[in-house]
Design a protein around this ligand. Structure first.
Ligand code: NAD
Ligand code: UFG
Length: 351
């Protein structure tokens, strides 16, 4: 069945890869993005990432340069299209920045989501997929992390904005049975589309491990700082469940199909991860092999707020959505490197 899906934040890293997989699965996609974290040439009707998505899919995407907090702007989009489902990616996501400007994070991520939900309700659209994060689990009490693990106790405003939004979505579903909401808790999305045409393009100095490593490999940064080597892990460095971005995007396609099937009720949550953790040094080694480059690194102090180990129990998504991640660490590194070396300056150096 071909659906019409509104994707907020569709020009970003997770959004653009998901838009491509939705188009490949035969759906129509309408994107809303205010371009606060996406590259868009001023003379173009589309941000660069979505231009490339169109080329890859051989199909077009409708794009609106609208902020989700702009109620009238969002109303205009809903008036123009009959939307079956909303996939909501638009958010600010930098942990450190969220500690400096918490109000902007709560405004954008919580108020923005509330306005979007209100406009959906006005237009009788009640199917919603939310980009949540493993960060809502806080410090793991037990591993692997399953969906019943306690949430809350997040250490920064970004994480809290994800947790609070989940709570809002729960209350909404409790109050009105017309809503069906899937919250997808991503572990650590990395990698890029095989073509090397779309990928992660962080603004300024990367906060996350994989883009930092790839910028060291391509010569944009001198040396990776490894945040702590005295954790209770096999090599002392932090362990995470890295998931290939195309697997993650396919997880959204499966979730949306399940959502509109009518088999689910209310608020449901699925982890999207691989179920396997890798340490920082294992990722450095795998990237070095994939790129043929020496990755210079130094050990520095722990980063405040980091947990030692995080990896997912992925059995629920497999059982209910029929989805499992297929791509391993080698492919994650190869595809990141393919994107990075062919776009050393990200979308800004467009060709
Ligand atoms: P991203 O910054 O690449 O994409 C987000 C997009 O949303 C950007 O294009 C930005 O311009 C847009 N946007 C932000 N605020 C907006 C607003 N008010 N109105 C309209 N557009 C707006 O980030 P991403 O990595 O693609 O993350 C997508 C979602 O996934 C976010 O909700 C994020 O919190 C969540 N998530 C990401 C990760 C990760 O590691 N990348 C992990 C867990 C959860
Ligand atoms: N790390 C380094 N050096 C760096 C960057 C990261 O050593 O320059 C280490 C971290 O200490 C951690 C691992 O690499 O052990 C992964 O760190 P990331 O910043 O890539 O990812 P996080 O697990 O800290 O956070 C990510 C997203 C959050 C999301 C969270 C969910 O950035 O948005 O996953 O678990 F909430």
């Amino acid at each position: 069945m071909s659906l019409t899906i509104l994707v907020t934040g569709g020009a970003g890293f997770v959004g653009s890869h998901t838009v491509l997989e939705l188009l490949n699965a035969g759906h129509e996609v309408i994107c809303v993005d205010n371009l606060c974290n996406a590259f868009g040439a001023s003379n173009s009707k589309l941000p660069e990432s979505l231009k490339r998505v169109e080329e890859l899919a051989g199909k077009s995407v409708l794009f609106y340069d609208v902020d989700i907090r702009n109620r009238d702007g969002m109303r205009g989009v809903f008036k123009k299209h009959k939307i079956d489902c909303v996939a909501h990616f638009a958010a600010l996501k930098a942990v450190g920045e969220s500690c400096r400007i918490p109000l902007q994070y709560y405004q954008n991520n919580i108020t923005g989501t509330s306005i979007l939900l209100e406009v959906m309700e006005e237009n009788n659209v009640f199917n919603f997929v939310y980009s949540s994060s493993a960060t809502v689990y806080g410090e793991p009490q037990k591993l692997p992390l399953d969906e019943n693990h306690h949430t809350g106790n997040c250490t920064n405003p970004y994480g809290k904005s994800k947790y609070f939004t989940e709570e809002i979505l729960k209350d909404l579903c409790q109050s009105d049975a017309r809503w069906t909401v899937i919250s997808l808790r991503y572990f650590n999305p990395v990698g890029a589309h095989k073509s090397g045409r779309i990928g992660e393009d962080p603004n300024g100095e990367p906060n996350n491990l994989m883009p930092y490593i790839s910028q060291v490999a391509v010569g944009r940064r001198l040396c990776l700082k490894v945040f702590g080597d005295n954790y209770d892990t096999p090599d002392g460095t932090g362990v995470r469940d890295y998931i290939h971005i195309v697997d993650l995007a396919e997880g959204h396609v499966s979730a949306i199909q399940k959502l509109v099937s009518g088999e689910l009720n209310g608020f449901v949550v699925y982890n999207l991860g691989t179920g396997r953790g890798y340490s920082v040094l294992e990722v450095v080694d795998a990237f070095s092999k994939a790129s043929g480059k020496d990755i210079k690194f130094e050990i520095v102090d722990r980063r405040p707020g980091d947990v030692a180990i995080s990896y997912a129990d992925v059995s629920l998504a497999a059982k209910v959505l029929g989805w499992t991640a297929k791509r391993g660490l080698k492919e994650m590194c190869e595809d990141t490197w393919n994107w990075q070396r062919s776009n050393p300056n990200g979308f800004a150096g467009s060709n």
